[in-house]
Structure formats: structure tokens, C-alpha cells
Ligand binder design. Structure first.
Ligand code: UD1
Ligand code: UDP
Length: 376
């Protein structure tokens, strides 16, 4: 009997990490009927990803509102999914990671009676306030889920420690590696064009050391972003041989301080969020990366790029253990001094830029599909 899958996502990182799973399920139309539902918790940043992966959603809830809040996003997702579940009646619902879309969809899917499948399961900081609200989103999705796909042995062990049924857990690697491979393959196609890669090639002075910056975490809103901007000003002013490139997240709590505090500095370029292939291109041309992003922490080690993470905790200890990632929080002096150490101490730089890939071999999606196929 054909199994009916509904793959639900809403933000940029979920889209990047679920797109290869959509593609993989769609390879087997005789075994699976697979539909995609986007909550559009993000709009522009989601659409960029859908375009690149050539995915047209079957359902688009179009829920993003300017400067939305956690209460209304969560409530709107649950309320609006009811109709989708009632119409499609999926056997399996796939959610990813730790966003409001993930948590709300897992609950709605549970109400519908479908089996809930959690991709990128089991990551934990064990601090319910950091990342906020993502740590709790991921834990709630975990409790509601029937099947769990942790990326690493560490995340599997976290689930086992919570007494999750071992037979319901499969370590897959992270689907972000599948996405990186898809991107690497697609950009090599002779018909491939990306206006943003052309823009970067024209505007960047690659003889300088490129420092790539991203940031968006809720716990950094307010003073955190003021401090981050101060550190970036210091780095730009003290080091004329670097070029800071910062694709600024569209959250108004990020846009406002960043554009107010960092505009008009000659070696800081503030740009719009980049298409996925352009961002991967920029990562691979960067000297180092400063970020509070989860996904970037996973991509950068396999590209051999040192990462300074502007957070106090991480649910991704693998790259820290491998030595490519250092947690620097949002402390002005710490961000500045760790960056300058990487700029000026060659041995330290070489140690941190050794290639590591703790997140799998790019077969996460085929493992998930195989697992679902074998279920009774
Ligand atoms: C969300 C997720 C976070 C994830 C991040 C990835 C939650 C609670 N937060 O945070 O876990 O790491 O996405 O980027 O689920 N906006 C736009 N256009 C867009 C996207 C966002 O204008 O394409 C603006 C809107 O004003 C929107 C606001 O950003 O209301 C906040 O979006 P939201 O999804 O609530 O929070 P993020 O900070 O993006
Ligand atoms: N990314 C992108 N364009 C950008 C910045 C990031 O495509 O301008 C990608 C990046 O490669 C990674 C993902 O977006 O795969 C990370 O998203 P984000 O930092 O918003 O969320 P998080 O991973 O922290 O949840």
C-alpha cells in the first residue's frame, strides 16, 4: 500500500534541510505519495530556498506577519493545519529541528492521528532558556514524535537517556550535508546561473580576508546585538586587511540595530539574505565565520572554515569537540580577541581550519526513506 507523507516546514533552515528529503521521497512515487506543506513562518527567506531546490508546495499557509510573536505563530500554525490534515489524511508527518513550525506541527500531527517523524532529533543544550524557545520546541517535538532521526551518536544518546524506544530511533547524519551536496552538484550545471554569486564575485575584494557574519537568535536581541555590532566595528577598524560581509536576517529586531550601528563603515558590507548557493559560495571563500546560526555551525566544518559562535551554549557539541568551533557569546572583547587571534596566529588558524565532518556523508535522506519504507 502506498504510504502518504506530509513534509511540513516554515523557515529558511528547515527548508534547506528538508528539501533533499522531499526530493528523495519523490523518487519513489510507486511507494509514497508525498506532499509538501509550508507554514511560511518565513516568507522571502523560505521562497529563496524553494526556488533553488525547485519545490512547489502543495499547501502554503502563508502565515508570516511582520514582527510576529511566538503566541500567534504557534496558534496560527495549529489552527491552519487542521484543514490540511483533514484533506490529505497523511500516514506520516515529517517535521524538522526546533522552530515554532516544528513544535506546533508536531502537536497538530499528533491530534490528526498521523505518525510523527522528527528529523534532526535529539540535540540538547539541557538549558530550557538557551536557545530560546528552540530547546523546548525540540524537546516537545521529541515527546510527541513516533520516529526520531538524530544526526549523530550524541543526539541519539540524548534520546536514549530520555527513555525513547530504541527501535524508533535511527542515526542518519544531518540532512544539511545532503543539501550541501545537492548545491555543489547543481552549481556545476552548465545552465546554472545565480545573480547573487555574480554580485559577490563583482563586489568582493578576495585579496582581503573575508569575515562572514550572520546572526538572529532571540536571546541575542537587544543588548546582545548592540555588543555584536560593537565587536564588528572594532574588528573592521583595527584590521584594514579584512572585509566583513554580513547578510542581515530579515527579523526587524536584527535589521534595526545592525543597519543603525554598522552602516557606512568602509570595510563592512551589509547585504540582503543570500540564496543558498550564494551563501555556500561565500562560506567557501571566507577566511572565518562569526555566527549564532545552528545550520552554519554544521556546514562550516565540512568546508574547513573556523567558526566563532556568538552563543553561550550549543546543542551541537560535535564541531566544538572537533576544534572548528569556539563559543564566544556576545562579549565584545571575546569576539574581538578571538577573531584577531585567528587573523594573526597562523598555527591557531590552521588548527581550527582542518576539515571535519561530524555530520554525516550526505545519505541522511535515503536512510530516512528506507526506514519508513520498511515500516509495516
Ligand atoms: C526563526 C526561528 C528560529 C530559526 C530562525 C532561522 C522560531 C521561534 N524561530 O527565527 O528557530 O533559527 O527562524 O532563521 O521558530 N522576516 C521577514 N521575512 C522572512 C523571514 C523573517 O520579514 O523571510 C521577519 C518578519 O518580520 C518576521 C520576523 O522576521 O515576523 C521573525 O520571524 P520568526 O520566524 O518569528 O523568527 P526568526 O528570528 O526568523
Ligand atoms: N543561509 C542562507 N543565506 C544566508 C544566510 C544563511 O542560505 O544569507 C543558510 C545557511 O547556509 C544555513 C541556514 O541558512 O543552511 C541557516 O539558517 P539560519 O541561520 O537562519 O537558522 P538556524 O540554522 O540558526 O536555525
Amino acid at each position: 500500500m502506498i504510504k502518504k507523507n506530509l513534509i511540513v516546514f516554515g523557515t529558511r533552515p528547515e527548508a534547506i534541510k528538508m528539501a533533499p528529503l522531499v526530493k528523495e521521497f519523490q523518487r519513489y512515487p510507486d511507494k509514497f505519495k508525498t506532499k509538501v506543506c509550508v507554514t511560511a513562518q518565513h516568507r522571502e527567506m523560505l521562497d529563496q530556498v524553494l526556488d533553488f531546490f525547485e519545490i512547489t508546495p502543495d499547501y502554503d499557509l502563508d502565515l508570516m506577519r511582520p514582527n510576529q510573536n511566538l503566541y500567534s505563530v504557534t496558534a496560527d500554525i495549529i489552527t491552519n493545519l487542521k484543514e490540511v490534515f483533514e484533506e490529505f489524511k497523511p500516514d506520516y508527518v515529517f517535521v524538522h529541528g526546533d522552530t515554532s513550525t516544528t513544535m506546533a506541527t508536531s502537536i497538530a500531527a499528533f491530534y490528526s492521528g498521523a505518525k510523527v517523524c522528527h528529523v534532526e532529533a535529539g540535540l540538547r543544550t539541557f538549558n530550557k532558556l538557551s536557545p530560546f524557545p528552540e530547546e523546548m520546541n525540540r524537546r516537545i517535538a521529541g515527546v510527541v514524535s513516533d520516529y526520531h532521526f538524530p544526526p549523530t551518536a550524541t543526539s541519539k544518546q540524548n534520546l536514549f537517556n530520555e527513555n525513547v524506544d530504541k527501535a524508533s530511533v535511527l542515526v542518519t547524519g544531518n540532512t544539511v550535508i545532503d543539501a550541501l551536496n545537492y548545491s555543489a552538484k547543481k552549481v556545476k550545471r552548465s545552465d546554472f546561473q545565480d545573480a547573487e554569486i555574480s554580485m559577490l564575485t563583482e563586489n568582493l575584494d578576495l585579496s582581503k580576508k573575508i569575515i562572514l557574519v550572520t546572526g538572529h537568535r532571540r536571546e541575542n536581541h537587544g543588548q546582545g546585538f548592540i555588543d555584536i555590532c560593537q565587536a564588528l566595528r572594532n574588528i573592521a577598524t583595527n584590521n584594514s586587511d579584512v572585509e566583513i560581509v554580513y547578510p542581515v536576517h530579515l527579523n526587524p529586531n536584527v535589521q534595526k540595530p545592525v543597519y543603525e550601528l554598522l552602516d557606512n563603515i568602509s570595510n563592512i558590507q551589509l547585504i540582503k539574505p543570500l540564496s543558498y548557493p550564494a551563501f555556500v559560495w561565500l562560506m567557501s571563500h571566507a577566511y572565518l565565520i562569526i555566527t549564532d546560526s545552528g545550520g552554519v555551525q554544521e556546514e562550516a566544518p565540512s568546508l574547513g572554515k573556523p567558526v566563532l559562535v556568538m552563543r553561550d551554549t550549543t546543542e551541537r557539541p560535535e564541531a566544538v569537540a572537533a576544534g572548528t568551533v569556539i563559543l564566544v557569546g556576545t562579549d565584545v572583547d571575546k569576539i574581538t580577541s578571538e577573531t584577531e587571534k585567528l587573523l594573526n596566529n597562523k598555527d591557531h588558524y590552521l588548527e581550527m581550519s582542518a576539515r571535519h565532518n561530524p555530520y554525516g556523508d550526505g545519505t541522511a535522506c535515503s536512510k530516512i526513506v528506507e526506514f519508513i519504507e520498511t515500516l509495516a
